[in-house]
Design a protein around this ligand. Structure first.
Ligand code: SF4
Length: 313
């Protein structure tokens, strides 16, 4: 699912009791998000799942368990709406008590992934690993490849847990701290971190590795493709998952009247309308004479509609 970009990523909140030096989370991100969409109502969560044709969800934060009610509520909602096969996993840096795991399990959680901050004291998670196993949940550790921890290797092998290793990535929020300790090549992943991941691969029985290149080049791109496939036929869809369309900028009330008069399919956006690129080329002269700016744009298919290229006509 991860490779197919099929999991909805839910950020319950940016709040966390820890302050890991490698934390990639923006402290400015307030509230709950599903992918790039702010969630204030249950409908927002379901609409975002629909937008990408999600087959499952990944629940993260910050620390999702400090908002346990919100977290379990979202699990229940998604399971109710999409059914049992909608696979949900959750990350936590807190060793949850038995009753917390039971609540998550009864809400429908399928898998739990533990992250000991800075890889310290992984033994604290042993009771939670056992409870998760007793309930038939999938369970394991997910950590950035900071260094080799033989404590983690021994625990996962002894408890038949999986170990997911992420290549350490720099983001706008952690790079100042990371560049003091790690070196980076062309991408956003640390070179040492990849070597450390390979050491784990030799020692751990159930092992998965996620490189930063895989996250950007495969996982995100495939999610964008899933989203673009579901968009109106007026958009041209690229292999990278972006969409191309014409954008007419100006007063939307006037623009709607004009588009209706011309018999043109359009989608209302803030500051203008989007139309198919061919029609934009045909109508550019007329629209510009009426005082509108016309361009061909390439943008992400996400709710943020991030524009990556503009060609003014
Ligand atoms: S536990 Fe996770 S969310 Fe919390 S500070 Fe560490 S990396 Fe960030």
């Amino acid at each position: 699912m991860c490779e197919r970009g099929a999991k909805l990523v839910i950020f319950v909140s940016a709040e966390c009791p820890n302050s890991c030096y490698y934390c990639p989370v923006s402290p400015e991100r307030k509230g709950t998000f599903a992918n790039e969409t702010r969630v204030t109502r249950p409908e927002d969560l379901l609409e975002e799942a629909e937008r990408m044709d999600a087959e499952g969800a990944s629940i993260t934060g910050g620390e999702p368990l400090i908002h346990l009610k919100r977290t379990s509520g979202m699990i229940t909602l998604l399971k109710k709406f999409y059914g049992e096969e909608f696979h949900i996993h959750l990350y936590t840096s807190i060793p949850p008590e038995k009753k917390v795991i039971e609540l998550l399990f009864s809400s429908g959680l399928d898998e739990i992934r533990f992250h000991p901050p800075d890889l310290k004291n992984p033994g604290r998670f042993l009771p939670a690993l056992e409870t998760s196993a007793d309930h038939g949940m999938e369970y394991g550790f997910e950590i950035p490849a900071l260094r080799l921890s033989m404590d983690i290797v021994n625990i996962v092998n002894e408890t038949s847990a999986f170990l997911n290793i992420n290549q350490l990535e720099y983001t706008p929020y952690n790079f100042r701290r990371l560049i003091k300790k790690y070196s980076f090549g062309e991408g956003s992943g640390s070179i040492e971190s990849r070597k450390i991941a390979l050491e784990y691969a030799r020692l751990v029985h159930k092992f998965h590795y996620c490189s930063s290149g895989f996250k950007d080049g495969v996982q995100m791109r495939n999610r964008f493709r899933r989203m673009s496939r579901k968009m109106d036929r007026l958009y041209e869809k690229t292999d990278d998952g972006t969409v191309i369309c014409g954008f007419v900028e100006g007063d939307t009330v006037k623009l709607e009247k004009i588009m209706k008069r011309y018999g043109v399919r359009y989608i209302l956006r803030s500051g203008g309308v989007e139309i198919d690129p061919e029609t934009a080329l045909k109508l550019a002269g007329r629209l510009k004479r009426k005082g509108f700016n016309v361009s061909i744009i390439e943008r992400y298919p996400t709710s943020e509609e991030t524009v990556v290229e503009v060609i003014p006509l």
